[in-house]
Ligand binder design. Structure first.
Ligand code: PLP
Length: 434
């Protein structure tokens, strides 16, 4: 391998794998196995005692999944990664790895709905309080912090507002306090590099752009390896006090011989071991395949979405287009700072004709798929007021940024002329242009 640091386009194809030493196979093999033969009893004992890292059982690690983990860590400049069964599992583990009953985290209000539910209900029922603050004001994170705050949490580019999270601002508040910033970078892989701006941990749903083809659910956590978990030890008891589930290991110490990976090591050998949300080797392979073309795809998603934004602004049926390029002032500055190479494939727009026009528009689409997903190579659309947000009161819907006429698009990598033609005919059908 060349000695100079490799660029993302190259890492996407090469990081974590060269060729199979036994067969010479160039493509990563799918190691469809549950377990691994130990060389002898000493080898087995060393692996269990973490004196040596190696394969024990696919619930905790797998060689195919390991390639995915190394590739994801390399792409973001992290120390190590842990792949899990879904983006939801990744968000849950990312928090549970630091917070236990009686603790709290401070989170942005701008979140994917599934993460909102996890935080507002399921983690609360487990005794972990999530304090929601508006990320427009980064100091709100400081104000919501107390002695039992274990982490800050935000999404790089959250639906439906598509306002970019103030990554460096919130990370800088947390670091001196011993509080890491966890960023869900699902909507902007490669486009945003939150670790470079001080975030400590990344979360991904690989289901979206990383997999890229709408075939496989998966998730990952990337450990930046730069957060000092021992700087304020009382802040992070799960990494600084003996773990009864692992013969008294203190993770911040025990991980030292293996690298700056205390956080991700604990997530693997405690949470993945006990809660079992393991990614299947086949889905790991699918995510690896996706990553190989991610640099090309994410650039095309961004380019096509920008062209759609420019086109929609000219249509009389459209009241407003929601996209980082349409923001002004501080929001636009943040978008340019954190996503310098493109804003990704997501956008929203509001139809003059409200809910009825929204429904007519969606029903008229022919090329776009009507699905509750984002980040597929294909173009996708949904009308949140009649689907994902239909159980909210109209007031609550508006508070989350979803008006009755709001339509969300995830722009794919088809030819732009075909995308625009489908949007045009559906807007004609939706009416309200005069
Ligand atoms: N994070 C974000 C930003 C998402 O959009 C999603 C899914 O839509 C998730 C996390 C959850 O991922 P998964 O569906 O893979 O569990």
């Amino acid at each position: 391998m060349p000695r100079k640091p490799l660029r993302p386009e190259t890492l996407a194809l090469h990081a974590g794998w060269r060729a199979d030493p036994t067969t010479g196979a160039v493509a990563p093999p799918i190691y469809q196995t549950t377990s691994y033969q130990f060389r002898d009893t000493e080898h087995a004992a060393n692996l269990f005692a973490l004196k040596e890292l190696g394969n024990i059982y696919t619930r905790i690690m797998n060689p195919t999944t390991d390639i995915l983990e190394q590739r994801l860590a390399a792409l973001d400049g992290g120390a190590a990664a842990l792949a899990v069964a879904s983006g939801q599992a990744a968000s849950a583990f990312a928090v549970q790895n630091l917070a236990r009953a009686g603790d709290n985290i401070v989170s942005s209000t701008d979140l994917y709905g599934g993460t909102w539910n996890l935080f507002a209900n399921t983690l609360r029922d487990q005794g972990i309080e999530v304090r929601f603050v508006d990320p427009a004001d980064p100091d709100a994170f400081a104000r919501a912090t107390d002695a039992r705050t274990r982490a800050y949490y935000g999404e790089t580019l959250a639906n439906p507002k598509l306002a970019v999270f103030p990554i460096a601002e919130v990370a800088a508040i947390g670091r001196p306090l011993g509080i890491p910033l966890i960023v869900d970078n699902t909507a902007a892989p490669l486009l945003a590099r939150p670790l470079d701006h001080g975030a400590a941990i990344l979360v991904y749903s690989t289901t979206k752009y990383i997999g890229g083809h709408g075939t496989s659910i998966g998730g990952a956590i990337v450990d930046g390896g730069t957060f000092d978990w021992q700087a304020v030890p009382e802040r992070q008891p799960q990494l600084n006090t003996p773990d009864a589930s692992y013969h008294g290991a203190v993770w911040a110490e025990a991980a030292k011989p293996l690298g700056p990976i205390a956080y991700i090591l604990r997530a693997r050998v405690v949470l993945l071991r006990d809660l079992g949300a393991a990614l299947s080797p086949f889905n790991a392979f699918q995510a690896i395949q996706g990553i190989e073309t991610l640099p090309l795809r994410i650039a095309r998603h961004s380019e096509n979405a920008q062209a759609v934004v420019d086109h929609l602004r000219e249509r009389p049926e459209v009241v407003r287009v929601i996209h980082p390029s349409q923001q002004t002032g501080l929001l636009r500055e943040r978008a340019d700072r954190y996503l310098p190479n493109g804003f990704g494939g997501l956008l929203g727009f509001e139809l003059k004709g409200g809910q009825e026009a929204g429904r007519r528009f969606i029903d008229a689409l022919e090329l776009f798929y009507h699905v509750a997903n984002i980040g597929d190579a294909r173009s996708l659309a949904i009308h949140p007021a009649s689907t994902t947000h239909s159980q909210l009161t109209p007031e609550d819907r508006l508070a989350t940024g979803v008006s009755d006429g709001y339509v969300r698009l995830s722009i794919g990598i088809e030819h732009i002329d075909d995308i625009l033609a489908d949007l045009d005919q559906a807007l004609d059908a939706a009416g309200g242009g005069n």
